[in-house]
Design a protein around this ligand. Structure first.
Ligand code: ZN
Length: 50
């Protein structure tokens, strides 16, 4: 569990917003954003590793 650095809202794997930005099957980026304030928290390439 974590907290958003922007709005201090609670974030976890079930509430975090994931937006897939696909460039095909091999190159796929996932954008993670806060469900409360929609701030972008990070970008992951491929599968969730954290
Ligand atoms: Zn937030």
């Amino acid at each position: 569990m974590a907290n958003c650095p922007h709005c201090k809202g609670e974030i976890n794997l079930t509430t975090i917003k994931q937006e897939k930005k696909g460039f095909g099957i091999i190159k796929q980026e996932i954008l993670y954003s806060c469900p409360h304030c929609s701030s972008v928290l990070g970008v992951s390439r491929g599968k969730w590793t954290g």
